[in-house]
Design a protein around this ligand. Structure first.
Ligand code: ADP
Ligand code: ZN
Length: 524
């Protein structure tokens, strides 16, 4: 124990109970604030060390710390890990027997626990609220607090009701924690949980050891296989896919190629899912192929890569998923293959959803921001951190910094593309428009006599992949939209007009064949 720790009870607990020499980042400030009875809203990236921010104050204060968490599946592990270091913890959720719950309730009432983890729906029951009334409570910790946000990606209706905690227990300090919240979501959390007066602790979102890389999608399965074989043979990683079917196909494919891959998605039965998750956590070198159902709260430090075979819906999602890599601080890769079809598919999912117009508009804006990150000519990290309201400089550890894309004045090709869309009367999809540009006499081209158009073949010098890249940028720049009410036909927006008239110049990213990554030391 350091001499300092003798005078600092929080540090004393950190060292003697948890065995860590010092606090990280803002942990000490947060712990002291909450231990003194203050409310806090903590934004800290995944792996930043949020748990200690409520665990230590709970131990310093009289009574039991009540931790609200939606991650029922993890409660047992959390409680076991705490028991191992001698912290008295238990949980209350639907997976346990009545007797077990009774036992835990008794321990809460008798003040025999430092921490109790409770699922939000459980907490709201009259029985549980009565129990809390009859017990001494050190604090409430609301984990995964972004679940209170309807615009977030993990909305849980039970979270809205958590404002009751403040009303019913006004003198108990509350700490809300999340790893994901843009400034709007942050405001919404503060508002809905009545934490307007809480001190906000916003940590840096930078994960300097993660190298961001976004490549052109050609054959995603083959690309990810090459990526794993070349960059991460025998290492643990996660491969995210959009659909359950694709998860299964990709896992099978990787297995057939000698990779130790396992599937994970919400459509699998519970026991198979849990078994795969347990293997991923305990064994080395498992590649988990999963939908986004996988990963919330997973604490595996040595995940060396996170690959996306499909475009995430938002930067928050991308950040959170990629954030599961490199939690031990050693270099990790965030690798994504992305193509035009992703944009079309995500737009369709938004358009076809049952949600109201406001929600669709927000989802659309989030997707646009994600596209902007994919198509950026500048450092990916700068773009990413900027999204979370954090200014920074070029990182030297992303594909853009390491091999800067060449940009060129793409006004002419952009005009060609836009006029081709216009000439086919905005009634056709990407494949057909590109055929017309390239002068390909497909059956459809002949059928519609599009080989007679003035735009037919005006882009024959440019390859199909390059046209797709230009079209993606046209969508990202907002000149073109994909209309799903009209079978994915491409439509021009008002923004397209100045480009067509030659009044607006357009810088485009030069199409590049995917380049091999150089392995070099991470900048400190
Ligand atoms: P989060 O909930 O923010 O994702 P955790 O609380 O699970 O992060 O912590 C991530 C990892 O960092 C855990 O393995 C934890 O034990 C470790 N950790 C947290 N704080 C410290 C610290 N001050 N010193 C060393 N390791 C720490
Ligand atoms: Zn960079």
């Amino acid at each position: 124990m350091s001499s300092q720790a003798i005078h600092d009870p929080a540090l004393h607990i950190l060292q003697t109970v948890f065995g860590y020499p010092s606090f990280r980042g803002q942990q000490a400030d947060i712990v002291n604030h909450v231990a003194r009875g203050g409310d806090a809203l903590v934004l800290m990236p995944t792996g930043g060390g949020k748990s200690l921010c409520y665990q230590i104050p709970a131990m310093l204060r009289d009574g039991v710390g009540v931790v609200v968490s939606p991650l029922i599946a993890l409660m047992q592990d959390q409680v076991d890990a705490l028991a191992e270091v001698g912290v008295r913890a238990a949980f209350l959720n639907s997976t346990q027997s009545f007797d077990e719950a009774m036992r835990t309730e008794r321990r809460v009432r008798n003040g025999e626990l430092d921490l109790v983890y409770v699922a939000p729906e459980r907490l709201m029951t009259p029985r549980c609220l009565d129990l809390l009334d009859a017990s001494k409570i050190a604090l409430f910790a609301i984990d995964e607090a972004h679940c209170v946000s309807q615009w977030g990606h993990d909305f849980r209706p039970e979270y809205i009701r958590l404002s009751i905690l403040h009303e019913r227990f006004p003198n108990v300090p509350r700490i809300a924690l999340t790893a994901t919240a843009d400034p709007q979501t942050r405001a919404e959390i503060a508002h809905r949980l009545q934490l307007d007066d809480a001190l906000q602790f916003v940590s840096s979102f930078d994960r300097p050891n993660i190298r961001y890389q976004i490549v052109e999608k050609t054959n995603a399965r083959k690309q990810v296989l090459d990526f794993i074989n070349e960059e991460h043979p025998g290492e643990a990683g996660v491969v995210y896919c959009l659909s359950r079917k694709k998860v299964e196909e990709t896992a099978e494919f990787l297995q057939s190629q000698g990779i130790n891959a396992l599937p994970y998605h919400a459509g699998m039965d519970m026991s198979a899912r849990t078994a795969n998750q347990a293997r991923f956590l305990r064994e080395d070198a498992i590649v988990m192929v999963a939908t986004i159902a996988f990963g919330m709260g997973i604490d595996k430090p040595d995940v060396r890569f996170v690959a996306h075979l499909d475009l995430p819906k938002s930067i928050e999602g991308y950040y959170q998923e990629t954030g599961r890599g490199g939690r031990d601080g050693a270099p990790a890769d965030a690798w994504m293959a992305y193509g035009l079809q992703d944009v079309v598919q995500q737009r369709r999912m938004i358009d076809e959803s049952e949600a109201d117009d406001t929600f669709k508009r927000i989802q659309g804006a989030k997707l646009d921001a994600m596209l902007g990150l994919c198509e950026t000519l500048n450092c990916r990290r700068v773009r990413l951190l900027d999204y979370f309201g954090q200014p920074s400089g070029p990182c030297g550890n992303c594909d853009v910094c390491l091999s800067p894309p060449v940009s060129f004045d793409g006004s002419i090709p952009m005009q060609k593309l836009l006029s081709a869309i216009y000439r086919v009367e905005q009634r056709f999809g990407a494949g057909h428009v590109i055929d017309v540009l390239r002068g390909a006499s497909s059956d459809k081209v002949k059928q519609w006599r599009h080989d007679k158009l003035t735009t037919f073949g005006i882009g024959s010098e440019t390859g199909e992949q390059e046209w797709r890249a230009i079209l993606r940028q046209a969508i990202a720049l907002g000149f073109v939209l994909v209309d799903h009410d009209a079978y994915g036909s491409l439509k021009l927006t008002d923004e397209a007009r100045p480009v067509l008239r030659g009044e607006r110049k357009v810088q485009l990213r030069q199409y590049q064949k995917p380049v091999k990554k150089r392995r070099e030391a991470v900048k400190p």
